[in-house]
Design a protein around this ligand. Sequence first.
Ligand code: URA
Length: 220
Amino acid sequence: MLSSCGYCSRSEARLWARGGRIKVRGQVVKAADEKFLPEEVTVDGEPLESPEGILILFHKPAGWVCSHDEREGQRVFDLLPARWLKRNPPVTTVGRLDKDATGALIVTDQGELVHRLTSPKHHVPKLYEVTVDRDLDPKLVAIFASGELRLEDEPKPCLPGKLELLSAREARLEIVEGKYHQVKRMFASQGWTVTRLHRSRFGEFELGDLPVGQWRKLAL
Ligand code: URA
């Protein structure tokens, strides 16, 4: 239990038990191979963190990558409790946001949920706020909604997206898939460069007033 929650390795758990750091219902437990209910276990007097699993909505700041590979830059995981990456399975992001993009990012250790929220079959809506480099043309609304917009190297056209123009260079775009750099490529295909990209909603999960760099736990 301790090792799957990221506290220590299985062999360390034995040492921790022998050292009296683990209690169940307030009583020290010395044998690491007994089975207990997670909610009854404490380590150094603290209850186990999220034994049922991790699911959070994180407000990703600009400048951090969603990759697990440190060579790609500062990782969003380094903004989260270190123990979450040591869990088994470790946490991962549900889809990715580009390094320069901000906004709603779901982080979880629930593989089934990752699949459900990222599978193209499930058409989970994602809402983006976009700023571009020159004045928008209202014709983009119909182009993005057409279901016929083709991106380079993609076998299928983009499913219809809902574009709402907010000001000369700002818009909201809702899409139900997550092709690589999709929002930037949709605008680029029509001659616009996205200069700011922010995701305000992922499926049912709305960022609201969650401050940048903070997270909120979601019900599993
Ligand atoms: N579309 C992009 O171009 N980038 C993102 O990060 C998300 C969607």
